[in-house]
Design a protein around this ligand. Structure first.
Ligand code: HEM
Length: 415
């Protein structure tokens, strides 16, 4: 029996146990152009590399409807979310996100909102015995994004809302308590935001024109119909939740500054090009989204590898960001690799590949880079101690982070 036709054992448990290392490890042990496996009972082909990105994001090859397990829709993205649409339905829904999240005005407004909240919060850190950066950044981002989006948020609800938005990301790839926490958190916020959308529509609540709440409430889908309130809430959460998820990259940025303090100087000095390069390298180097997946639209062939219709196709994002065919010394943290050189569209893929307007690539990439740049500079300017703590970043946990959440003590105000 040829290698391609031998029945494969199901790898779902190995995937859950090995996390980020699962695909790259299989890749190292595979001679062919793609990793073949079976995941949740489905035949699976995993690809990587810029050409694979173009193949994967071609809608004639891979579609998304029916690809995501319910466990992921019920926690991370929400039922009926833009992530699960194809064709015209996807393009019309996606346009709402790109018009909200791209363009210098939008990106700057959201960044300024978060930076303002950070500065207020950081002013109180010198009075605190310790600051757990991951948690603190989640609260700052929650306040900043809600303010920008037009979502009312009472001061005493910030802590719980931040915890819930983090939980929705933290619980999607496990079946333990983190998963159930994520489902409950999602339910609470979908209900609350659906009521807000209804109130905006019937005029009992007002929100700034052009804000995310306003855009979602007024949006009409490809069929000309407004989104049902619960679906509008799902999509509003698809703006709030991933913005708050920048707290993972904030903790990673602090980790990088601690391990390689030579990057502090240029960031402190306000070197904008360096800050941008640092943000890209944090997104490349540290593990966040392991892969994305879809279903083969028909029988396909990738470099001679047969991909049957309806089988699962994965794009190995983490593996590609550490592929030594694409990156010189991929396990070295080096912002210099992006200095004077914009990252190739289909080479650096922490937030997906292809064109964000037509495909499923993340529409929040400019926002992420801008927030990360701004917060990294603020972190570099802050004086603090890093007490003994568990800074390991376990690759088996998805999503992972420094175990301690990155604790700062003896915070001194910026000079
Ligand atoms: C899609 C990662 C931040 C909104 C995605 C995808 C990834 C990703 C891997 C899937 C791409 C695909 O399916 O091909 C990240 C990471 C972020 C981040 C690691 C950093 C924390 C953001 C932000 C926003 C956002 C800040 C909005 C404010 C979205 C939306 C989609 C998406 C709406 C669905 C796009 C579609 O299906 O067409 N993101 N993202 N993300 N992201 Fe992000």
């Amino acid at each position: 029996m040829s290698e391609q036709h031998r029945p494969l054992p199901d790898s779902t448990l190995s995937l859950l146990a090995e996390g980020y290392a699962w695909l790259p490890d299989r890749r190292r042990r595979t001679a062919g152009p793609a990793v073949r496996a079976r995941v949740t009972g489905r035949r699976t082909t995993a690809l990587r590399g810029p050409e694979a990105v173009r193949f994967f994001y071609d809608e004639r090859h891979v579609h998304r409807h029916g690809a995501l397990p319910e466990a992921v829709r019920g926690t991370l993205f929400g039922h009926g979310a833009v992530h699960t649409l194809d064709g015209e339905a996807h393009r019309v829904r996606k346009a709402m996100f790109t018009s909200l999240l791209t363009g210098p005005g939008n990106v700057a407004a959201l960044t300024e909102s978060v930076a303002g909240v950070w500065d207020e919060a950081a002013a109180s850190w010198p009075d605190r015995r310790q600051v757990v950066l991951f948690d603190e950044a989640a609260r700052v981002l929650t306040r900043g994004v809600c303010r920008w989006a037009g979502v009312p948020l009472e001061e005493d609800a910030v802590r719980d809302t931040a915890r819930d938005l983090v939980a929705m990301v933290d619980g999607f790839a496990t079946f333990g308590p983190r998963h159930w926490r994520a489902r409950r958190a999602r339910g609470r916020h979908e209900r609350r935001l659906a009521r807000l959308v209804e109130a905006v529509r019937d005029g009992t609540a007002t929100v700034p024109q052009g804000s995310a709440v306003d855009a979602v409430a007024r949006h009409r889908d490809a069929d000309g119909e407004p989104l049902a309130p619960r679906l509008a809430a799902v999509e509003l959460l698809n703006v709030l939740r991933p913005t708050v998820a920048v707290c993972w990259f904030t903790a990673f940025a602090a980790h990088a500054l601690h391990r390689w303090p030579q990057h502090r100087g240029p960031l402190r000095g306000g070197d904008a090009a360096y800050a941008e390069a640092f943000a890209h390298e944090v997104r490349r180097f540290y593990p966040f989204a392991p892969f994305v997946g879809g279903l083969a639209s028909r029988d396909l062939s990738w470099r001679g590898e047969r991909i049957p219709a309806r089988s699962l196709v994965l794009l190995d994002l983490y593996g590609q960001n550490h592929d030594d065919a694409l990156w010189d010394e991929p396990y070295r943290f080096d912002p210099g690799r992006f200095l004077g050189r914009a990252p190739g569209r289909d080479v650096l893929v922490p937030q997906g590949g292809g064109d964000p307007r037509t495909g499923h690539r993340c529409p929040g990439e400019d926002v992420t880079v801008s927030l990360l740049r701004t917060l990294a500079v603020r972190l570099a300017r802050l004086e603090y101690d890093v007490p003994p703590q568990d800074l390991r970043i376990p690759l088996r946990r998805v999503p992972t982070r420094p175990r301690s959440g990155f604790v700062l003590t003896a915070v001194r105000p910026p000079a």
